[in-house]
Structures are given as C-alpha cells and as structure tokens.
Design a protein around this ligand. Structure first.
Ligand code: HEM
Length: 407
C-alpha cells in the first residue's frame, strides 16, 4: 500500500480511504511532489493547523502572492474566484467579508428561515419518485435540493438552476490538489460564466431584494461601503453556489452508499428517527465530501518530526483525520451512536464552513422523510460512478430503487 497519494492511480478516486489510512499511519506529515505541498493527515495535526491560523498559517496561496504564481494565469476568472474567496482571505478582511453572509446561516437563522423550504422541497422531490422504479439520486434529489436552498438563500430564481450546478462542478475541479490533472480551460470558462451570471443577478435583483436574503445584504453592503467593490459581492455569491451545492449533493448518495455497507443503520433509523441527527454527523465523518482543505505556513513550524518552512503549502487531509483511530474507536465502522463525534468535515477555526447548519438541515430532513416513506432501498452498486476527483469528490451516477412502506 502506497503511503502517499498517486494521483495517476484510478483506485485513488474509486476508494481513497485505504490509501488515506495508510498515509496517516505511516507517513502522517510528508512532502508530496505531485501536490507541490505537505500533506498532513493525523487529526491532532490537522486541527492544530486549522486553529492556529492567526499565529502560524495563512490561507491557501495568499502568502505566495497567488496572482503572481497562479497556475491558471493572472486575471482569469478562476484566479479572481480563488483569490477573493472567504476561504483564502486572511485577517483583517476575512471577518468583514464573512459578515455579509454569516448572520443568515447561524443555527437559529437556518432553523427559522429554512426548515420550511427544505421540508417542502424534500416532500415534493420524494413525491415525484415512483416506488419499485429505478431513479438516479443525483437527478432526483441531491442536485435539486441544495440548488433550491442556495438560490432561496441568495434570493432569486434562476431560469436554469441546473446550469449553475454544471458550472459549480467544473469550477470546483480547480480545488484539486494535483493541478496538472485539471482541464484549466473548462474550469475557467465555468468560473467566468458563473461570475457573469451572478453579476447580472446582483444588478437585476439586488435593488429590490427581500430583507433576509444574501442579495439584500450585498446590495446594502455596497451602498454602505462595507463591501469595497462589486467584485467582492459577486464572489460572495460565487462561493455560495460552488461551496453550497456539490458538497451537499455528494453527501446524500454517500450516506446511502454507506448504508449499503452497514445495512442495520437503515433499520435502526426506521425504528427510531430520533437517531437521525447523530447519524447525519456520522455520515459526514465517514464520507467527508471535501477530503482536503489547504493552508500556507507563514512561519517555520514543526509538525510530527518534519520541519515545514514559511511559504510552503499544506494540504490538510480531512478524510484521513476523520478516520484517525487515536480519536475515533473503530474508525472504519459506520457507528451512528458515536458520541462525541469530533469530525472535521466542515473544517475549523475562522474558516469553519459557513453553510454547515444548512447542510445538516438538508441531510436530516431528507433522512426523516426517507425513513418514514420507504421500507427499503437498493443501490445498483455496479452502476454507481464516481468522478475522478479528490478535492471535492462526487458521483456522476447513483441509481437506486426504493420499496414503499406498506400501510
Ligand atoms: C456537506 C456539505 C458541506 C461540506 C462537507 C463543506 C465543507 C467545507 C470545508 C471543509 C470548508 C473549509 C474549511 C477550512 O478550510 O477551514 C468549507 C468552507 C466554506 N463553506 Fe462549506 N461545506 C458544505 C456545505 C456548505 C454549504 C451548504 C454552504 C453554503 C450555503 C457552504 C459554504 C462555505 C463557505 C462560504 C466556506 C468558506 C468559509 C470561510 O472561509 O470563512 N458550505 N466548507
């Protein structure tokens, strides 16, 4: 078993867990030529890097002056998107920018403003499914659900929401740790299209947006000067569409795939839906949709027995940390009773995922309705297709059949 990542090996994309596990045990802090980065894989080390951001680490690429070194080329739409994103923005700008969206996504705001829309969307999507007839979970549930929620959050109804999803898929390819494998033109075109579309939405709907929507907050931010340019507002929208769709789109089928491996979990959830919140956390730990996040060292640091120099890039292997036996008993077992469950699927520190409460709400609501309607489900595992990517992984096909509960 290799103890570093071989990005040319298709097995890595089919099932990354064995190699991530081996890497964490035998090579927990190592330099990868292929990624041009250190790869950190133990839970304690990843958490320490996430939390010591202000002291020791800046966000991805910033310290290296991304615009100068950008592998995509200075001035491209991808470079603008990456450079302007919250996740790559350091203090002092980060809190100023995050304030334009964060108040809409607190646990309380999410429950108050989105429980109803998520519930209605889930019911309508599940109503459209026919028992004993195969459907694709992506087309039928896990693509439309987060898209409906994100566009509601932003505050407009795009004519072609699916187009946003296609752009998000192509754009998030640029988050691969192994940049050479990326189709740069495709990613850049997607970033440009998304940027143009969202700028139009901001200009068209911003002035009349409803309070409580992102468009309203951004429009106010531009008027009041808390946003310094229209571009800052457009990137806020771009990051919500790209971060808020593909990740949630992936975790839903990933949960069903995990339950085919551990079928008793479905039976337990049917018998006791109170277990759903704990189960959702465990699905998130077990099948983290973002296996990596990244930082750059801003001072010389020692992690494990390795010296990392200021300016060097660091990939944090969330997927490996979430399976660290030093923190999780029997980490390769899907245990919905796990408590505590300190997974780091949503990152941590000042960059902790902004949409995590929304993602949880979507998962829990879907599971609640699925277990109340369906007696059983069957995944056509031989026809499940995973995308060949590891930055934000995902599926391109997930065929499934369900049998309704009787009575
Ligand atoms: C299962 C679903 C999701 C997963 C696994 C996920 C994962 C992550 C991760 C790993 C980070 C980076 C944390 C870091 O580097 O410290 C992040 C940041 C972020 N996520 Fe999510 N995410 C999910 C859903 C969402 C949703 C639904 C939204 C928006 C509606 C969203 C918006 C964001 C934003 C804006 C950031 C940047 C935050 C910052 O840098 O301050 N995410 N997410």
């Amino acid at each position: 078993m290799s103890t570093t990542l071989d990005f040319a090996d298709p097995a890595l994309y089919e099932n990354p867990v064995p190699v991530f596990n081996a890497m964490r045990e035998e090579n927990p802090v190592h330099w990868s030529d292929a990624a041009g980065s250190w790869i950190i894989s133990r839970h304690a080390d990843v958490v320490s890097v996430l939390n010591n951001l202000e002291e020791a680490h800046a966000s991805l690429y910033k310290i290296n002056d991304y615009a100068q070194q950008c592998p995509f080329g200075k001035g491209t739409a991808i470079a603008r998107g990456i450079e302007g994103a919250l996740v790559t923005t350091d203090l002092p700008d980060h809190p100023r920018l995050r304030r334009h969206t964060a108040p809409l996504l607190t646990p309380r705001a999410v429950e108050r403003d989105y429980a109803d829309i998520v519930e209605k969307t889930v019911i309508s999507l599940l109503d459209d499914l026919e028992a004993d007839t195969e459907f694709d979970v992506l087309d039928s549930i896990s693509v439309p659900l987060p898209l409906a929620v994100v566009t509601k959050l932003i505050g407009y109804e795009p004519e072609d929401a699916l187009q946003l999803n296609h752009w998000a898929i192509d754009l998030t390819r640029s988050l691969e740790p192994h940049l050479e494998s990326i189709d740069l033109e495709l990613s850049d075109a997607a970033a440009q299209n998304l940027e143009d579309h969202l700028r139009d939405a901001l200009r068209t709907f911003g002035p009349t947006a409803e309070p409580g929507t992102v468009l309203y907050k951004l429009h106010r931010g531009l008027e009041e000067g808390t946003l310094l340019s229209e571009q800052e507002a457009v990137i806020r929208l771009e990051e919500l569409v790209s971060a808020g769709t593909e990740t949630t789109t992936t975790i839903i089928p990933a949960a069903f795939e995990a339950m085919t491996q551990f079928p008793h979990v479905w039976e337990e959830l049917k018998a006791d839906p109170e277990l759903i919140p704990g189960a959702a956390e465990e699905f998130l730990r077990f099948a983290s949709p973002s296996p990596f996040t990244a930082r750059v060292a801003i001072s010389d640091i020692v992690l494990g027995d390795q010296a990392i120099k200021a300016g060097e890039s660091i990939q944090l292997a969330i997927l490996a940390a979430n399976r660290d036996p030093r923190v999780f008993t029997d980490p390769d077992v899907l245990d919905i009773h796990r408590s505590p469950n300190p997974h780091i699927t949503f990152g941590g520190g000042i960059h902790a995922c902004l949409g995590q409460h929304l993602a949880r709400l979507e998962m829990r609501t879907l599971l609640k309705h699925a277990v109340s309607r369906w007696d059983s489900f069957e995944v056509a595992t031989d026809r499940v297709v995973r995308r060949d990517r590891i930055g934000v992984w995902g599926y391109s096909a997930f065929p499934m059949t369900v049998r309704d509960r009787v009575g």
